[in-house]
Design a protein around this ligand. Structure first.
Ligand code: NAD
Length: 254
């Protein structure tokens, strides 16, 4: 698919990786709908991006809100791209420091946001794309966001790891399910990216994180995520794969 003129929805598009993706897609000549929480900076971000961008508030775990937001995205043209960046984690161990069982509530919160949210992106996005006329044999493409934690979960990350591993697991399955509709599915598994969260770290902590990346020895740029998300939308032969974007980092236990 060509990015110029492409109608794409970007969840979590008000911040970090999603924001960089929205910026890239607009710069490439696409129409972008940012789907994010009402409390996010989505309205301002969309205004800054200009006429080719709009913001629709929705919680990706709420099927009705998410479906309505995707319908709104489809008003700018047939929805052919969906980049799903909305996600988060909560720190949790199997046992807490007093030996008590880790919080089931926190586990379920993370699973709902990251796993249910991703399945919602797949099912609600694909239902709309399936109605598109195929262009060059394609009706659409969906990009999910996992994490290297899916492969090397660190201490304190258990629910996040479980949820991101589930997203990796869904990727090939969803690509197979949607093959007959000519819709592709790929996942990006970022390493340590330079997002607003990490901007708040102390300099020495940041330097040690940078030193843990083999090459290049620095954090990933949000623009590098956006470049890959754009490439997945563009490249019709990328399908069913999770791509690590991580400077060859392999996370240590802590
Ligand atoms: N930043 C990193 O280093 C890194 C590394 C690996 C994976 N990731 C993953 O990348 C994705 C984006 O991370 P980021 O660093 O850009 O985060 P971020 O916090 O900067 O942005 C996430 C956005 O998602 C939105 N959001 C959260 N819950 C939502 C919901 N229920 N419905 C709609 N929107 C919701 C937030 O409002 C926010 O704008 C996440 O899935 C995260 O797990 C990030």
């Amino acid at each position: 698919m060509q990015l110029s003129g492409l109608t794409t929805a970007v969840t979590g598009g008000a911040s970090g990786l999603g924001l960089a993706t929205a910026q890239r897609l607009v710069a490439a000549g696409g129409q972008v709908t940012i789907i994010d929480l009402p409390s996010s900076a989505g309205e301002q971000v969309a205004a800054d991006l200009g006429d080719a961008a709009r913001f629709v508030a929705a919680d990706v775990t709420d099927s009705e809100q998410f479906a309505a937001a995707l319908d709104a995205a489809g008003e700018s043209g047939p929805l052919r791209g969906l980049v799903h960046c909305a996600g988060a984690g909560r720190r949790l161990r199997v046992l807490d420091k007093d030996g008590e069982p880790g919080s089931l509530e926190d586990f379920e919160w993370v699973m709902k946001l990251n796993v249910t949210g991703s399945f919602n992106a797949l099912r609600l996005g694909a239902a709309r794309m399936a109605r598109n006329e195929a262009v060059d044999g394609e009706r659409g493409a969906i990009v999910l966001t996992a994490s290297v934690a899916a492969f090397e979960g660190q201490i304190g990350q258990l629910p996040y790891t479980a949820s991101k591993a589930a997203i990796v697991g869904m990727t090939l399955n969803a690509a197979r399910d949607l093959a007959s509709k000519a819709i592709r599915v790929c996942t990006i598994a970022p390493g340590i990216m330079d997002t607003p969260l990490l901007a708040r770290l102390r300099d020495d902590v940041r330097a040690s994180l940078e030193a843990s990346v083999p090459n290049p020895p620095r954090l990933g740029n949000t623009a590098e995520f956006a470049l890959l998300a754009g490439q997945i939308l563009e490249n019709g032969y990328l399908n069913g794969e999770t791509i690590r974007l991580d400077g060859a980092i392999r996370m240590a236990p802590r």
